[in-house]
Design a protein around this ligand. Structure first.
Ligand SMILES: [Zn+2]
Length: 385
């Protein structure tokens, strides 16, 4: 008996093996099925719903994927040998119930059990997103999720610029830009999406040019129009996240109410001189319940609202706030961390200080409290736009 055979016999005596059909039944019952073959092997097919984690990364990443060491873990390789060795490693790591699928993927396929072909990143995508792929929290699955995502961005101005650039760079598959302005020279002090060479162009067209130059593999949909009660549902519908980079209160109320109606999270940000604020509002998830109207029930009287054109803003400020909005958007798309919901983050640029205040859901909120369906309406402009 060779050393390897002796070692295998020893492993078989200790590691429980299950047949493919039993593995499928256990998987349906909540066990985690892990395909430990290399990416080149799983490219042509892998058990449906399996976690694909090559043997070399197994011990490094399994805890992120299966934090509960009591959960049953089923390991599968090509023929049932590598999975035995891998099972021993996981048992040593502290997993209480690790089993190896006898006969591996060949037996799985021969039994006619469900197989899926995982979507593949091509070589250029692999290179472009390498810094995402090496992070276990994103990885190949997360990158695919970003590539399948659809984000609507209202405003291709100060806040919209860093938001659009970072979402495009991250590989958000479809970006919808909504704005009805033209690029003016006075925009360029902060609106880094645009350029001197594109003065006079529609902002959504100038924005699309810049974004596709940065990442030609995504889709950028340009709507050269102003959001109104009559078009807001159509324009925002079908997106995973809405990002409100608008600079006026009527749009914010409209976007808030439309997002509640659509059940889509709304990433909000605002800037004024040296200060800014960011929050995530109302989506389908109950945790995101407080909405913009819970925070600001009604628009302020016109005399208290600064004229947007005259207010002034330090050029870098939208960069700080917009970048945080982009980070919150990517977290929502990937289901990572804790969204900035139920809290308002405040930034004071002069003091160099971040603060946070709690935003409780208002039980009498006219938009999001129980049984209230927001009525979409255009509010008269309270600032110069
Ligand atoms: Zn509310």
């Amino acid at each position: 008996m060779s050393l390897k055979d002796r070692r295998l016999a020893e492993l078989r005596a200790r590691i429980p093996e299950v047949g493919p059909a039993d593995a499928l039944a256990l998987q349906s019952g909540g066990a985690l099925l892990v395909d430990v073959r290399e990416d080149e092997e799983t490219a042509s097919g892998s058990p449906a719903g399996a976690l694909r984690l090559p043997r070399g990364f197994l011990e490094l990443r399994i805890e992120d994927k299966a934090p509960d060491a009591a959960r049953t873990v089923l390991l599968l390789c090509a023929g049932g040998t590598r999975s035995l060795f891998a099972a021993e490693d996981l048992a040593r790591l502290g997993y209480a119930d690790v089993r190896s699928v006898a006969g591996g993927f060949s037996a799985w396929k021969a039994a006619g059990l469900p197989v899926e072909v995982p979507p593949q990143l091509d070589a250029a995508q692999r290179e472009r997103y390498r810094r995402h792929l090496t992070m276990p929290e994103v990885g190949e699955a997360g990158q695919h999720r970003l590539l399948r995502s659809r984000v609507a961005l209202i405003g291709a101005g100060g806040l919209g610029s860093p938001i659009a650039l970072y979402l495009a760079a991250a590989g958000v598959g479809r970006l919808t830009l909504i704005d009805d302005d033209r690029v003016e020279r006075s925009n360029l002090q902060r609106q880094i999406l645009h350029a001197e060479s594109r003065l006079g162009q529609r902002k959504v067209e100038s924005g699309r040019t810049a974004l596709l130059d940065l990442n030609p593999t995504i889709e950028v949909v340009a709507h050269d129009t102003r959001l109104e009660a009559g078009n807001v549902l159509e324009l925002l519908g079908g997106h995973d996240v809405v990002v409100d980079g608008s600079d006026n209160l009527p749009t914010r109320y409209l976007v808030n109410d439309a997002c509640l109606r659509l059940g889509v999270p709304n990433v909000y940000g605002a800037i004024f001189r040296f200060e800014g604020q960011v929050a995530v509002f109302g989506g389908a998830a109950p945790g995101l319940r407080p909405c913009y109207r819970c925070l600001f029930p009604e628009p302020p009287p016109a005399e208290y609202a600064p004229s947007c054109a005259e207010a002034g803003v330090l050029g870098v400020l939208p960069g700080v706030i917009g970048t945080i909005m982009a980070a919150e958007t990517i977290k929502l798309l990937l289901g990572l961390g804790e969204p900035l919901a139920g809290r308002l983050m405040l930034y004071d640029g002069l003091r160099g200080e971040f603060n946070e205040i709690a935003v409780p859901a208002d039980p009498d909120c006219p938009s999001c409290s129980n049984g209230v369906t927001a009525v979409l309406s255009d509010i008269a402009a309270v600032c110069g736009g």
